[in-house]
Write a protein that binds this ligand. Structure first.
Ligand code: NAD
Length: 547
């Protein structure tokens, strides 16, 4: 393994340590227990629809391993109650003009920006990520709130469509809310994937029954409080928590539509349950995303981009890069720069800006990461940076790690690690790089680096992923909230953001009003004459280029 301490820079901020440096005390003197006191936990937990023991399960702060919160668990009967309350609240909300509903999102945007420090503490306390990466969630949610707050009316308004018979048929396409959305979200982006994905559902006139991961329930509950403060009727957003395989299926069981984000394995189960009930589902699932560094890339920019791509939220980001494909002619030069930047990253557990990377969320993520790295090294892979757990910094810290010489039989080659680990592969031709990038069943995100933007877009068009970032890691596409984001293949079904991200929460309804004459033999025409008139009519319409 490489000696990380050789390149270690002195920490500039309290609470951080270079990935090869020494542990330091949490930043700013603020601790998880002072930032998330029991009174805050009790206030937020009151928002959970659950009737049992209020202190049934304990969550742990990943940064330190200390107890974070005691929370109740919803039973399947509680889930039914949540749906009843949501169903009762939904029609009144749907009856409001879209602009009234959109105004709630716009107020929420302003409140979120103003009160961001509260939720940054919560996200850090629940996930262990660095504050900068927690802020990315604030950014993403604010952008979605503003976009749907301003654009919802356009997406949802009735649209005139060409009728069956010009002039005689007046056709309108309308959008109706689905009703109550079952919304299941994971722990890795607890603000964005709870409220960010729920905002378009609300503005489209739906209620939501949300099951966040228990580990990150406080963040979702905080967002619910803020949205209520912005004007959302309280019963419209129900939050249930509990064991995924028990409470998750109960949420799917009563939903009019399911919005799921999580692993591909769970996504398949959710899809089958939704299909059996003939309700739609959007599924945002896993990935094994590739970054392509072409021969003409700006190598410094690409190295800095690779750090963001691979190590944001300690790699626990569905769109993060786990496969780095580099043109052979620039590989050595690029890797030197990338490895140096990686070794200089400051790992830290403070509730303040300054750390470049935080902790993994749980022992499960630490175990998978450790297993992938150790197995690969044992089978002959080389560690270019990182490679070790860092219990000296906190129970689940793992160094940002670059592996070279990874071969197909190693799990890290094709399985999603969901940790701060990237494997490097070299290519000689663009065709080879595209084929390698497309060689997994997943198809979520990719990143292409080249000085030639047109070339970058041409390569992008050949990649089978729902988003492709040219000269950026992931934020360019994710932040373009007017355009859809989601996965191909095993990475999912449906899209968040843009028109698809809101229309999925609606049913299309066509209302056509027929005037003056029916679309049937009439005015004394027999069937044969009617057919002849219609045939001539279609020919005339074609000649006039009407239809
Ligand atoms: P997970 O599938 O284990 O859990 C996700 C959610 O589903 C949790 O709330 C969980 O409690 C619940 N759940 C578990 N079993 C269930 C069941 N049988 N029925 C219904 N719900 C059930 O995933 P995770 O480990 O929490 O999250 C990490 C995964 O999520 C990674 O694979 C990551 O790539 C993926 N992810 C995808 C996106 C995206 O936008 N594509 C975003 C974030 C995370």
């Amino acid at each position: 393994m490489s000696d990380l301490s050789a390149d270690a820079a002195a920490p500039e901020h309290p609470g951080t340590a270079p990935s090869g440096g020494n542990p330091a005390a949490p930043g700013g003197g603020r601790t998880v227990s002072s930032a998330v006191p029991p009174s805050l936990v009790a206030r937020l937990a009151a928002g959970i629809t659950a009737t049992g023991d209020p202190d049934l399960v304990e969550t742990v702060a990943p940064l330190t391993g200390e107890r974070l919160a005691g929370l109740p668990q919803s039973s399947t009967a509680d889930v039914e109650v949540a749906y009843e309350l949501a169903r009762r609240a939904q029609p009144g909300w749907a009856a409001l003009p879209v602009r009234r509903r959109a105004a709630v999102l716009l107020r929420f945007h302003d409140l979120l920006l103003k009160r961001q420090d509260e939720v940054l503490d919560l996200v850090q306390a629940e996930t262990g990520k660095a504050r900068l990466h927690a802020f990315e969630e604030v950014l993403a949610v604010a952008m979605a709130a503003r976009h749907y707050g301003r654009a919802a009316h356009g997406y949802l308004r009735d649209k005139r469509r060409g009728g069956a018979l010009p002039v005689l048929t007046h056709a309108v396409e309308a959008r109706r809310p689905k009703g109550v959305i079952g919304h299941i979200s994971p722990w890795n982006y607890p603000l964005e994937l709870s409220v960010g994905d729920a905002l378009p559902a609300f503005v489209a006139g739906n209620a939501v029954v949300n099951k966040p991961d228990t580990q990150t329930a406080l963040t979702a509950l905080w967002a619910r409080e803020l949205l209520i403060e912005a004007g959302l009727p309280a019963d419209l957003w129900q939050i249930v928590i509990g064991d995924g395989p028990v409470v998750g299926p109960a949420v799917v069981e009563h939903a009019d539509y399911v919005s799921f984000t999580g692993s591909t394995r769970t996504g398949r189960d959710v899809a089958q349950r939704a299909a059996a009930r003939l309700v739609g589902a959007s599924l945002e699932l896993g990935g094994k995303n590739a970054m392509l560094v072409l021969s003409d890339a700006d190598l410094d920019a690409a190295a800095a981009g690779a750090v963001r791509a691979c190590f944001s939220s300690a790699g626990q980001l569905c769109i993060s890069i786990e496969r780095l494909l580099v043109h052979r002619s620039v590989a050595d030069d690029f890797l030197e720069r990338f490895a140096a930047r990686t070794r200089a990253l400051r790992l830290g557990g403070g509730l303040a800006y300054g750390a470049d990377m935080g902790s993994l969320v749980s022992v499960r993520q630490l175990d998978t990461t450790t297993r992938h790295v150790e197995e690969a090294v044992k089978a002959g892979a080389t560690v270019l940076a990182g490679g070790r757990a860092r219990p000296d910094l906190g129970p689940y810290f793992f160094e940002p790690t670059i592996l070279d010489g990874v071969t197909p039989e190693m799990a890290v080659c094709s399985e999603e690690t969901f940790g701060p680990v990237v494997s490097v592969y070299r290519f000689d031709t663009e065709d080879e790089a595209v084929a390698a990038a497309n060689s997994t069943p997943y198809g979520l995100n990719s990143s292409v680096w080249t000085r030639d933007h047109r070339r970058g877009r041409a390569v992008a068009a050949r990649l089978r992923t729902g988003t492709v970032n040219v000269n950026e890691a992931y934020a360019a596409t994710y932040g373009s909230v007017a355009a859809p984001m989601g996965g191909m293949g095993d990475s999912g079904l449906g899209r968040r953001h843009g028109a698809e991200g809101i229309l999925r929460f609606t049913e299309a309804q066509t209302i056509a009003t027929q005037r003056m004459m029916p679309i049937a033999p009439s005015f004394g025409l027999d069937d044969e004459r009617f057919a002849a008139v219609m045939t001539s009519g279609l020919r005339a319409l074609k000649a006039l280029r009407f239809k």
